[in-house]
Design a protein around this ligand. Structure first.
Ligand code: SF4
Length: 233
């Protein structure tokens, strides 16, 4: 027996409810008249190899210094940026990549994220992947959550769940998992609902991985998939 992504989505949503991703401080951006999409972009880079709680500390530091804009990142001293984002780990590398990306958006798109995201999704993804420090997961997170483009994000949690739950995925490469979810969902969900469903499903998979499908000692007993999962312990 196999499980379809749509069944998975329905089960997880019924059990866990909406996760309200990507978390953005709307009040802050209203007050500062800044673009909240840049917070998502920064968060997508800061969250590489670290827990979200550490990213929140780094984002709080950036907000305290009113530094969450492309323009601020272009002009900020790199050493100061490192100090602000230190809680997220790998801060030397991340500060460099953030500065480079901000400079790129500044020079090529005049700080205009609407201009950047108002293009063909494949073109933007290709462009993002050509930049330093941006891999497939980071690029897809930016495209989906900041750009509202229908692209499914695969992370380590999703890969782990795919190894345990009986999906019809051929192997566990990033692209295979991504295209499996996209192909299946495109055939079962109306086009205009794809973006919200991709956003929600990714967040629900993270919730499942943290709540039940943990790396060690998964809690299968209370897992919403327990009756359907081959690896249920
Ligand atoms: S039943 Fe167990 S192994 Fe399967 S998804 Fe749930 S927690 Fe993971």
């Amino acid at each position: 027996m196999t499980i379809s992504p749509k069944t998975l989505y329905d089960l997880l949503l019924d059990n866990f409810g909406h996760q309200h991703w990507w978390p953005v401080d709307k009040k802050y951006h209203q007050k500062q008249k800044s673009d909240p999409r840049f917070e998502i972009i920064v968060g997508a880079i800061l969250t590489q190899n670290t827990a979200w709680a550490n990213v929140e500390k780094a984002l709080d530091n950036l907000k305290k210094h009113k530094a969450l804009t492309i323009n601020a990142f272009v002009h900020i001293n790199e050493e100061n940026l490192k100090i602000m984002i230190q809680p997220s780990g790998f801060f030397n590398q991340k500060a460099r990549h953030l500065k480079l990306f901000a400079a790129y958006l500044h020079k090529k798109y005049q700080d205009d994220l609407q201009k950047f995201f108002s293009r063909d999704e494949t073109e933007i993804r290709h462009e993002l992947l050509s930049l330093r420090g941006i891999g497939p997961e980071t690029a897809d997170s930016m495209l989906l959550y900041a750009g509202n483009h229908p692209t499914f994000v695969v992370d380590a949690y999703t890969k782990r769940i795919c190894k345990r739950v009986p999906f019809q995925v051929l192997n566990d490469s990033y692209d295979d998992i991504k295209y499996f979810f996209e192909n299946e969902l495109q055939h079962t969900i109306p086009k205009k609902e794809l973006v919200p469903v991709y956003k929600e499903l990714r967040a629900l998979l993270v919730k499942l991985a943290k709540n039940n499908c943990r790396k060690k000692k998964p809690d299968c007993h209370t897992c919403p998939l327990t009756r359907l999962c081959e690896k249920s312990l």
